[in-house]
Design a protein around this ligand. Structure first.
Ligand code: M6R
Length: 609
């Protein structure tokens, strides 16, 4: 993870670097720093607080410069201390910012120690700083090109040297880096978003590229050392930034994003005449979809739970065998590849390292038919896959995924019905029914969002708990999993989810009067079974907090607290049922006073394995 930004200009560039960091905080936020370079050497300001605090520090210190690099960190090697915060120096001559992990850093450190370099941080980054310093002979571009040949692992770096005070050199392999072109000034950044507004055009560097930005312009060398050009695009293609950062009447982005879901879903549902048409996924999708005999879904975290939900839809509606795998497991295990399988990756960011690696692994095993369900049109995942379904959630800033999840579910449901039609399992009447359900979904969601005051009342009790169980069955088991993940990641309450039928096989031992048991209770075929599981909890004194469809007729009584949902929403019910769980997690975390949008130890985009 980590975000890097660098700039060369003829004006004070520090405010641009700080704004870039603010926009990159989604990549990690446990420390940050900025360095500018002068002929006397680089100077830096670092903080273990947020970018807003770094901004205060640089303003107070009147910290300025025309050439600089900056970094927001998600710690891998070394604790999040000021000493480990980037930029990292080598002998007060060179400064570096780094995103990624250097796998051979121990060997390099020994080699550099033997040459007399002292290490003052616990970071793997310091080896790159000293390595480049040791190779520097008056040309930073050349020294970096030589140094990166010795690095194993993933990196994107930005480097400055006191002897070239109007030069920043960048390099990438495994971690993204873009070059930005402004009016007589140039930039590097982990994400085009960081420099949108200052740069007019951006180019994505390719694997192994090294770039030099200076007042004269930009030079890019490929891994073999040849000077190359990389296609540049209008920065507007990467979307604006300004409007999405306005909180409006909300206290946190997560709350805002929960309430944006009706709009996000409505934007994601295709036009009427295109609904359930394979062309939605790509030009020749019909031909390819007809030839597949199974689905393999690869994803992480919340996106993985979207995949688990989709399995029920794909097997029920399209009658197609579906396997769902956690990307970080799949990429390293021996599996039996099926070239007739459609590999579906699900990702909000489209940059999650484990999901990208799992996708490449599947491709290397001969599974060439791939589809990304993704929220970022310009992401690496979209570029790597044959087909795409773009969710239109809009920029999601809160680390906890909400509108990305529900729009992923919409995309996956559309995939299930599209495949069902192609495979002859969905007739015109059923298709019309599914379309009606989809079209009414934003209005139905508004009905669920109106339950917020009741959920706030519950959250005050939850805020005093340290554990919670979540139960669901069938199609709603993944929703229970997602509810538990939401609660734990932002409120730090330990939460686990189980298929309700599994309770008696172990977790029931945890149930006492102190244990809140959140139950997802749709009025589906498993309702009576679920009611029996609820009784098992009540018999042990457990407190049930039930989100029950109105037509279940489950009512509040001793030990059973009920919030009535709208009537059962058929196959799309999971999309309604996850929303109160998002709100419960949000208000519980809010009541506990945690940093809801930036929970501890996490990052929005997980670009390291
Ligand atoms: O960007 P992705 O959807 O690939 O991210 C995958 C997970 O890191 C992500 O869903 C994570 O679990 C959520 N932020 C949790 O709310």
């Amino acid at each position: 993870m980590c975000g890097i930004v660098g700039a060369v200009a003829q004006r004070n560039i520090v405010p641009v670097l700080i704004e870039g960091l603010r926009r990159l905080e989604y990549r990690g936020y446990d420390s940050c720093g900025v360095a500018t370079v002068t002929a006397a050497g680089p100077q830096r300001v670092r903080s273990v607080s947020r970018v807003a605090e770094l901004d205060e520090q640089v303003r107070t210190a009147h910290f300025e410069g025309v050439t600089g690099i900056a970094h927001t960190r998600w710690a891998t090697h070394g604790a999040p201390t000021v000493n480990n915060a980037h930029p990292i120096f080598s002998r007060d001559a060179l400064a570096i910012v780094h995103n990624g992990i250097i796998e051979n850093y121990e060997a390099l450190r020994e080699m550099l120690r033997a040459k007399g370099y002292e290490f003052v941080s616990q970071t793997d980054t310091e080896v790159i700083a000293h390595l480049i310093h040791s190779l520097y002979k008056g040309d930073l571009f050349a020294a970096v090109r030589e140094a990166v040949l010795q690095l194993a692992g993933a990196y994107a770096i930005g480097v400055v040297h006191k002897d070239q005070p109007h030069v920043v050199v960048g390099a990438r392999a495994g971690s993204p880096l873009v070059v930005g072109y402004g009016e007589g000034e140039y930039f590097i950044a982990s994400d085009a978003l960081a420099i949108a507004g200052s740069a007019n055009r951006v180019s994505y560097l390719e694997e192994g590229d090294v770039c030099e930005i200076s007042l004269e312009g930009v030079r890019i060398a490929d891994r073999a050392g040849n000077l190359v050009t990389r296609e540049s695009r209008d920065v507007q293609a990467y979307g604006g930034y300004g409007d999405t950062v306005d909180l409006g009447p909300y206290r946190h982005y997560m709350q805002k994003e929960i309430f944006e879901q009706p709009r996000a879903i409505s934007d994601t549902i295709p036009a009427l005449d295109e609904a359930f048409d394979p062309v939605l996924f790509g030009e020749n999708a019909a031909e390819v979809f007809e030839g597949i005999d199974s689905i393999l879904i690869l994803a992480c975290g919340t996106s993985y739970y979207a995949g688990l939900t989709a399995k029920y839809w794909l097997e029920t509606v399209a009658k197609i065998r579906t396997d769902v795998e956690i990307a970080s497991e799949y990429r390293y295990r021996e599996s039996v590849p099926n070239p007739r399988s459609l590999v579906v990756t699900i990702s909000q960011s489209g940059e999650t390292a484990d999901t990208l690696a799992a996708l490449k692994h599947a491709q290397s095993l001969g599974m060439e038919h791939t589809l990304a369900v993704c929220n970022v049109a310009t992401s690496a995942m979209v570029r790597l896959t044959e087909f795409t379904f773009l969710t239109h959630a809009g920029r999601e800033i809160g680390v906890a995924s909400t509108k990305a999840f529900t729009t992923q579910l919409v995309g996956l449901f559309i995939l299930a019905v599209t495949l069902g039609k192609l495979r002859g399992h969905v007739n015109a009447e059923q298709e019309a029914g599914y379309l009606k359900l989809l079209r009414h979904l934003p209005a139905a969601l508004n009905g669920v969002l109106a339950l917020e005051p009741q959920i706030i009342a519950w959250s005050e009790e939850f805020a005093r708990k340290e554990n919670a169980l979540f139960l669901g069955r069938g199609l709603h088991y993944p929703i229970a999993l997602e509810g538990a993940l939401k609660l734990k990641e932002i409120s730090y309450i330990h939460a686990e989810a189980y298929p309700a039928g599994e309770l008696k096989h172990g977790p029931l031992a945890l149930v006492t009067e102190a244990m809140p048991v959140v139950t997802v209770a749709p009025n589906d075929a498993l309702l009576e079974k679920l009611k029996s599981n609820m009784q098992e909890v009540r018999a042990r004194g457990g407190q049930l907090y039930v989100f029950a469809d109105a037509d279940t007729h489950i009512t509040s009584e001793e030990g059973i607290h009920v919030i009535r949902m709208p009537e059962h929403y058929g196959l799309l019910s999971p999309i309604l049922h996850v929303v109160p769980l998002q709100l419960l997690a949000y208000h519980t975390a809010s009541a506990r006073g945690t940093d809801v949008d930036k929970p501890r130890n996490l990052a929005k985009s997980v670009t390291v394995e």
